[in-house]
Design a protein around this ligand. Structure first.
Ligand SMILES: NC(=O)c1ccc[n+]([C@@H]2O[C@H](COP(=O)([O-])OP(=O)(O)OC[C@H]3O[C@@H](n4cnc5c(N)ncnc54)[C@H](OP(=O)(O)O)[C@@H]3O)[C@@H](O)[C@H]2O)c1
Length: 355
């Protein structure tokens, strides 16, 4: 670190190896007045002004011990996630991890200013079926169980009378780089396309018939990181929730052929293909492709989140939220979703994740 650099803010990025957390760490590392500490089970390599701590957030005692020295943290960016097979089962571990972090950190971080909570459109019931669109931050809650809402209620209660405040960020499906994570749509499409090409097949939309022509939106992980830091440091955003999206809408029937072009693939008519089933036996093919194209040695498991693909491609209803609140409050960035996908695919190629 340059001796003349003044560190004003210390960020604790919780879930620093996630699709969202990785991009938060990368963005914060570009800001001159921030120091960054990342938490995850796997840890990570230190870089200038960034260090990682490996800790199991489900273990309250481990959190107390390993966060004990983080007395100088000013901002918490919470983006950890534990996957579970049902919506109800998501609640206990995801609430426990947030509670454990706050219980361990709050007593020691005396200069704590802000806790940013990463949520999503599950707050609006987007995962349950057709919901009111555009979803707005002021929409009524739906029947629990819902972990995002429980996490927000915990922070709301905990914040009363404290010097710190909170913000809640609600992205759509997030596009960004990560490996070995349960929810990464760009990686699903990239690996599905690479395997289709290897088998001499066209790129066939594998979702429900009604999903091909519905209105959707995405959130770029870089844009999301910038919006998250903005909301955590903008006084007007105190104790508020914000939808954060790219700013455009799309339908797969228009976007899918453009994504196919990147892989130099023809498009064939959609066919409902449960990816968890049809991609289950493609591990040996993937291993052979890694060898043939000199790809980085990532296992098939690390590049597979077929269940998430099945989930997203099953949405035969519109899925979008009103992103104008963040814009009214001063965050004006946007990105074209097609460009976002093509950038991520190019990045995956550069990193030799796909041929
Ligand atoms: N991905 C999306 O498209 C999307 C869209 C909208 C909203 N969201 C929401 O955003 C939040 C983050 O999602 P994400 O997709 O970025 O998640 P993710 O890629 O699965 O990342 C989760 C992070 O949490 C860490 N983690 C998990 N269990 C842990 C534990 N017991 N102890 C310590 N660290 C742990 C993981 O690292 P280790 O595995 O190394 O521990 C990883 O760094 C979630 O609430 C999700 O619902 C995601």
């Amino acid at each position: 670190m340059n001796a003349s650099t003044t560190i004003l803010n210390v960020a604790l990025v919780v879930g620093a190896q996630g699709v969202i957390g990785r991009n938060l760490v990368e963005h914060l590392a570009t800001l001159p007045d921030w120091e960054v500490i990342g938490l995850s089970r796997r840890g990570g390599e230190p870089q200038a002004r960034v260090r990682h701590i490996a800790v199991d957030l489900l273990d309250a005692a481990a959190c107390t011990t390993q966060l004990r020295d983080l007395t100088h943290v000013t901002h918490v960016f919470y983006a950890a996630y534990q996957d579970r097979p049902t919506w109800a089962e998501l609640v206990p571990p995801n609430l426990a991890m947030l509670v454990n972090v706050v219980e361990a950190l709050e007593p020691v971080a005396i200069g704590l200013q802000h806790i940013s909570l990463m949520q999503g459109y599950k707050v609006y019931g987007a995962h349950l079926g057709p919901f009111k669109t555009p979803a707005r931050e002021t929409d009524a809650d739906h029947m629990p169980p819902e972990f995002n809402v429980d996490q927000q209620r915990f922070l709301e209660r905990r914040q009363v009378g404290k010097a710190w405040n909170w913000s809640a960020i609600r992205p759509s499906v997030v596009g960004g780089f990560a490996l070995g994570n349960p929810m990464n749509l760009a990686l699903v499409i990239a690996v599905y396309a690479a395997i289709s090409k290897e088998l001499g097949l066209p790129l066939r939309f594998p979702g429900k018939p009604g999903a091909y022509d519905k209105l959707l939106e995405m959130t770029d992980a870089g844009l999301l990181a910038r919006a998250t830091v903005w909301a955590a440091t903008e006084p007007r955003c105190v104790n508020q929730a914000f939808n954060i999206n790219n700013g455009d809408l799309f339908r797969w029937n228009e976007l899918w052929p453009k994504l196919a072009r990147f892989f130099e693939l023809e498009v064939a008519p959609p066919l409902p293909l449960p990816l968890q089933v049809v991609m289950a036996d493609k591990g040996p093919l993937w291993e052979a492709m890694v060898e043939k194209y000199g790809l980085a040695p990532h296992s098939y498991e690390q590049v597979s989140n077929w269940g998430f693909g099945d989930f997203v491609f099953s949405w035969d209803y519109d899925l979008f939220a009103d992103g104008s609140k963040a814009r009214r409050f001063g965050f004006h960035e946007f990105i074209e979703t097609e460009a976002m996908f093509l950038d991520i695919f190019a990045d995956l190629r550069r990193r030799k994740v796909i041929p």
